[in-house]
Write a protein that binds this ligand. Structure first.
Ligand SMILES: Nc1nc2c(c(=O)[nH]1)N[C@H]1C(S)=C(S)[C@@H](COP(=O)(O)O)O[C@H]1N2
Ligand SMILES: [Mo]
Length: 394
């Protein structure tokens, strides 16, 4: 397949409305993009081109992940620079749009703002735990972060443009470009109902700061509860379509065997007989204060971590006898259904020597993390209950 970059097609090519956008506040220095790796000390460098930085597990000691400890994921080689974005605008069109429109940052500022605390979770997080090895970046558990996002509702933007009853999907395109001309621009579609959901935002702030460059300056999509693959950074175009979008990043990448990961709301127009698109984040948890094989003192021994997904965390439990008995961990405050939920568990009544620990979460929608690894070739949605061995010192 010779893939045409999506951004060169259709209405985008002809959008000549060159509105001189007002100046957009500059992003904070960690985001100037010139030296992103050194500007985020302590990150695990998985790749430099494209830039892929993983957070150390200690970044999740708090339920909100700091901007300078927030993972960075790019699919394409060349993310835009601040200079590339100086004439930024958001163009809206497509066959199902009532009237094509071009928003400047000033136009967007006239819309009411909303805030949401939500987890940005790469569907390939913890991919390195699949055996046999799955294709893609071999993330450990740090390709995620939970932030407070502020912006406008995508819904309000779409209502301004208006759309026809046959609108089926909204395609979002980012400003980054590929090195290889055969590679398609990064574009993802959403079902119109998800695009119109009151929780779906176009965010320009992250944790009270102007959105950092590497996190999508000046505007990125937030889809609470859905995989970060949809959270388009540097979003420059929205296309309202009456038909299924068949770009590479929808039909080839980010797909899982049909039925392997049941979801609450299927993305019906993107289903095939054999595969489904990755959509909702699955129920999951991690342990953040100890790693497998750590030697730890017996006195005051506590496990801590975060859990998420499955429409909200109901409980987290720990087993110290390979799954025979489970005891409840103490949950931290509920800061939002799509946010991290912190948990902790005090270990008592154990002896010095090796100790096997299992942790699993249960969700409001009735799921419990299982022992079985749901292997899939793309290495998505790793969510097996967590297991580690500690060496207890007297
Ligand atoms: N423009 C653009 N947006 C993008 C991507 C990208 O490559 N380009 N990658 C997506 C993927 S796969 C992930 S996991 C998240 C990562 O967001 P972050 O870098 O802010 O952590 O961005 C998403 N949005
Ligand atoms: Mo991702």
């Amino acid at each position: 397949m010779i893939a045409k970059p999506y951004a060169r097609r259709g209405f985008l090519a002809g959008a000549g409305l060159a509105l001189a956008g007002p100046t957009i506040a500059a992003p904070p220095p960690i985001a100037d993009g010139t030296d992103a790796t050194s500007a985020k000390p302590g990150m695990i460098i998985r790749n430099t081109v494209p830039l892929n930085l993983e957070a150390p597990i200690s970044a999740f000691a708090e339920p909100i992940t700091a901007n300078d400890k927030f993972f960075v994921r790019y699919n394409l080689a060349t993310p835009p620079s601040v200079a590339d974005l100086k004439d930024w605008s958001l163009r809206i069109g497509g066959d199902a749009a009532e009237r094509p429109f071009q928003f400047s940052m000033e136009d967007l500022r006239k819309l009411p703002t909303r805030e949401v605390v939500a987890l940005c979770h790469c569907a390939g997080n913890a991919r390195s735990r699949f055996n046999p090895q799955a294709d893609g970046i071999q993330w450990d558990e740090g390709a995620m972060g939970c932030a407070r996002w502020r912006g406008v509702r995508l819904r309000d933007v779409l209502l301004k443009t208006g759309f026809k009853p046959e609108a089926l999907e909204v395609v979002l395109t980012g400003a980054d470009s590929a090195l290889n001309p055969q590679q398609q621009a990064y574009a993802k579609s959403l079902p119109i109902e998800v695009a119109m959901d009151a929780g779906t935002l176009l965010a320009s702030e992250m944790n009270g700061q102007v959105l950092p460059l590497v996190h999508g300056y000046p505007l990125r999509l937030i889809v609470p509860g859905w995989s970060a693959t949809y959270w388009m950074k540097h979003v420059t175009a929205l296309e309202l379509r009456s038909s299924r979008f068949d770009g590479f990043w929808m039909t080839t990448a980010y797909r899982v065997p049909r039925g392997l990961f049941p979801v609450d709301r299927a993305f019906v127009s993107q289903e095939t007989a054999t595969t489904s698109p990755v959509t909702e984040n699955v129920l999951n948890c991690v342990i953040t204060n100890v790693r497998d094989g750590d030697t730890v003192p017996l006195a005051g021994l506590e496990l801590r971590g975060v859990a998420w997904g499955g429409g909200g965390v109901q409980s987290v439990s720990v087993s110290l006898d390979d799954g025979t008995r489970w005891r409840s961990a103490i949950l931290g405050p509920d800061i939002g259904r799509y946010a991290f939920r912190t948990w902790r568990y005090t270990i008592t009544g154990v002896r010095p020597g090796p100790l096997s620990v299992l942790v699993r979460a249960a969700s409001n929608d009735g799921q419990t993390q299982g022992e079985r690894v749901r292997y899939n070739p793309g290495g998505y949605h790793y969510n097996t209950q967590r297991k580690l061995t500690l060496v207890i010192m007297a």
